[in-house]
Design a protein. Structure first.
Length: 139
């Protein structure tokens, strides 16, 4: 039996992170899901959140996603999201401003697809930035 996971996080425009991990925690439409080596095969729908990857080299990687899918099979974890960004690339202040801007637009009646995407991305980024700074324990 394998004792590590092969993890890939892929956005529409790039591969965001790839490597070995001991554990992955992702928020799906069913709730938080923890994945360890030899996890049962699964397919889940991600919600805007922060995925936490416990890399085998001891680092904790935080990745903001605006939704998408997670697939687990034979110790391979694939996270596919239209938008994904490493937590270290995100400013907490900027994420808060982006979310406030998206909320303001929605409060003013803007229900366009662009504004909804802006909101989902900002929500995911804020959760990742908070988690990276240790101020939010859940995704």
């Amino acid at each position: 039996m394998a004792d590590t996971l092969q993890v890939k996080v892929v956005a529409a425009d790039r591969e965001v992170w790839s490597g070995e991990a001991d554990q992955v925690i992702a928020r799906t439409s069913e709730g938080d899901t923890g994945i360890l080596p030899n996890h049962s095969p699964m397919l889940g729908v991600l919600v805007p959140s922060a995925v936490v990857i416990f890399a085998t080299h001891g680092e904790r990687e935080i990745v903001a996603v605006d939704g998408g899918f997670i697939s687990v099979d034979h110790n391979r974890v694939s996270i596919l999201s239209e938008y994904a960004k490493l937590g270290e690339e995100i400013s907490l202040d900027q994420a808060e401003k982006e979310l406030a801007d998206a909320n303001r637009k929605m409060d003013e009646g803007d229900d366009s697809e662009e504004t909804r995407r802006h909101y989902l991305r900002a929500a995911g980024q804020l959760k990742a930035a908070q988690k990276r700074q240790g101020s939010n324990t859940l995704g």
